[in-house]
Design a protein around this ligand. Structure first.
Ligand code: NAD
Length: 179
């Protein structure tokens, strides 16, 4: 019985994350998904709340037939204690999947096995690129699973990102009344 662990910020969850999780689901019995930096939202680099990201992930993985546990995990100031912090918040797991160098390093230093999945068309499938496209009004929906585009539409996510990234000296944007 293998319970795998996969963590990301998922700002937003995209096709690269989906590809990795579908591949993990083929070899693991259960998956624990950590929603990292759970305390952050309404920032240009972190526009979505932990709850919204949980919605994106659970809806996108509906077809996966093994048990999934999606757990929000807040950041802590001490990297050296982070693995213990993660483990205190999650069901026990025996194998970590990550391509994030810091995450890989911190788990390896605790003697836990880490596998690094290959990246799926990384130049396009990154949170940074998707947020950049949302801000510029360029197409981004094809880079995320359909349920993620639906969640972002439901919460008016593109307008939120545009507003929180705006320069307050540049004049009013939508979402407030002028006087
Ligand atoms: P992310 O959403 O950028 O990526 C999640 C995972 O998906 C990573 O393994 C990444 O390599 C992979 N990925 C990204 N694009 C991909 C693609 N196109 N194809 C395949 N895989 C792809 O999130 P992240 O930054 O890796 O998340 C790590 C989280 O852990 C963050 O929230 C971070 O703050 C947290 N963390 C916290 C501490 C602390 O609190 N001290 C320490 C370490 C990590």
């Amino acid at each position: 019985m293998t319970r795998a662990f996969y963590i990301g910020r998922f700002q937003p969850y995209h096709n690269g994350h989906q590809d990795v999780l579908e591949r993990i689901a083929e070899v693991a019995d259960e998956i624990v998904i950590g929603v990292g930096s759970a305390q952050l939202s309404h920032e240009p680099d972190n526009p979505f709340t932990a709850g919204e990201r949980i919605l994106m992930i659970t809806r996108s993985l509906k077809k996966i037939r093994i048990p999934l546990y999606v757990i929000p995990i807040e950041d802590i100031k001490r990297n050296a204690l982070w693995v213990a912090h993660v483990r205190s918040m999650t069901p026990p797991f025996d194998l970590i999947y990550s391509s994030n160098p810091l995450v890989m390093r911190l788990f390896a230093e605790e003697g836990l096995p880490v596998k690094s999945p290959s990246l799926y068309a990384r130049e396009l499938h990154s949170g940074t690129e998707i947020r950049r496209r949302m801000l510029r009004g360029e197409p981004w929906e094809h880079l995320v699973p359909v349920p993620v585009a639906d969640v972002i539409r439901e919460i008016d996510g593109s307008a939120r990102l545009l507003q929180i990234a705006a320069d307050d000296c540049a004049g009013p944007v939508t979402g407030g009344q002028t006087f």
